[in-house]
Design a protein around this ligand. Structure first.
Ligand SMILES: NC(=O)c1ccc[n+]([C@@H]2O[C@H](COP(=O)([O-])OP(=O)(O)OC[C@H]3O[C@@H](n4cnc5c(N)ncnc54)[C@H](O)[C@@H]3O)[C@@H](O)[C@H]2O)c1
Length: 276
């Protein structure tokens, strides 16, 4: 699993550890990764290997996949979860930031999927073979100031849908689940990049206000989706609402979402201005 040092990835590692799983954890944050690995062992993981892996680096991910199979003999569940955020308008966004987010959020998922797929084909069918790719509710709706992030998450969705249908057509038992978290209480925005013109404090406050789901709950929903073989899992009422709105209201849904973001921003600004 990638992105295991924090947030949803860490919660997934703990939930799997409590089930006695054998875990191969990866992240760029060595310290956070060690802390996750240590706690996963205490929670009951049978075996844990933690490696510093930058998912944007193709050969690094390929080597990690090969090493993981050498260590464990087989791989049954691959979770491409590592991700970063960028808040910037299309006008203000730096190309370097655009490339950075594509590298982690899209290429990271593609590298992880393609590197582990041949190994999943060799997994013992009795133990299953499954890929989870983490998209976002912003992979259902093009959120203003998040064009690059939304582009990566739509791409994850398209890539995963296509893979699922390819595997189905060939009669493969490998499952593919795409996860669409809504607002989850994690460090994602604190670790994010923003354009110079963006009010970072406001972005963090809006995320804190709108994020209602804990990472532990997100992990539970994802793992239930894997157990049930669901193609898509929507995490939190906000993600479910986003799916409903985009599906049934189409573009009439867009002004409603924009108005609700504006309300959240106004609430945050009022709260900041209120005497303490
Ligand atoms: N938190 C939310 O509200 C939310 C909403 C929708 C989707 N998501 C998605 O959920 C996933 C997990 O995010 P989170 O909220 O737990 O955030 P987080 O910041 O808590 O965790 C993300 C982890 O990914 C790691 N990471 C970043 N770049 C990496 C790289 N190049 N290689 C390997 N690891 C890297 C980070 O070090 C971090 O440990 C992401 O794909 C994110 O886009 C989150």
């Amino acid at each position: 699993m990638t992105g295991a040092a924090s947030g949803i990835g860490q919660a997934l590692a703990f939930a799997l550890a409590a089930q006695g799983a054998q875990l191969a954890l990866a992240d760029v944050d060595a310290q956070g990764l060690d802390a996750t690995a240590e706690q996963a062992r205490q929670l009951g993981a049978q075996r844990v290997h933690a490696d510093v892996v930058d998912v944007a680096q193709r050969t690094v991910v390929q080597d990690w996949a090969d090493t993981t199979v050498e260590r464990f003999g087989q791989v049954n569940l691959v979770i491409n979860n590592a991700g970063v955020a960028l808040t910037a308008s299309v006008d203000e966004m730096e190309w370097a930031d655009f490339e950075w987010i594509m590298g982690v959020n899209f290429w990271g998922v593609a590298h992880g999927t393609k590197s582990f797929l041949p190994h999943l084909r060799g997994a013992d069918p009795a133990r299953g073979a499954h890929v989870v790719n983490v998209s976002s509710s912003f992979g259902l709706f093009g959120m203003p100031q998040h064009s690059a992030y939304s582009a990566t998450k739509y791409a994850v969705r398209g890539f995963s849908d296509s893979l699922r249908n390819e595997l189905r057509r060939e009669g493969s038992e490998i499952g593919v689940t795409t996860a669409y978290p809504g607002g989850i209480k994690t460090a994602i925005v604190r670790n994010s990049r923003t354009s110079e013109a963006t009010d970072r404090v406001e972005v963090e406050a809006v995320h804190d206000t709108l994020s209602k789901t804990s990472p532990e709950n997100a992990a539970r929903v994802i793992l239930r989706g894997v157990r049930k073989g669901h193609a898509h899992v929507y995490i939190g009422r906000d993600a479910k609402l986003m799916d409903f709105g985009t599906r049934f209201l189409g573009s009439a849904w867009e002004p409603l979402v924009n108005a609700s973001i504006q309300r959240a921003k106004t609430k945050v600004v009022r709260r900041a201005a209120a005497p303490s």
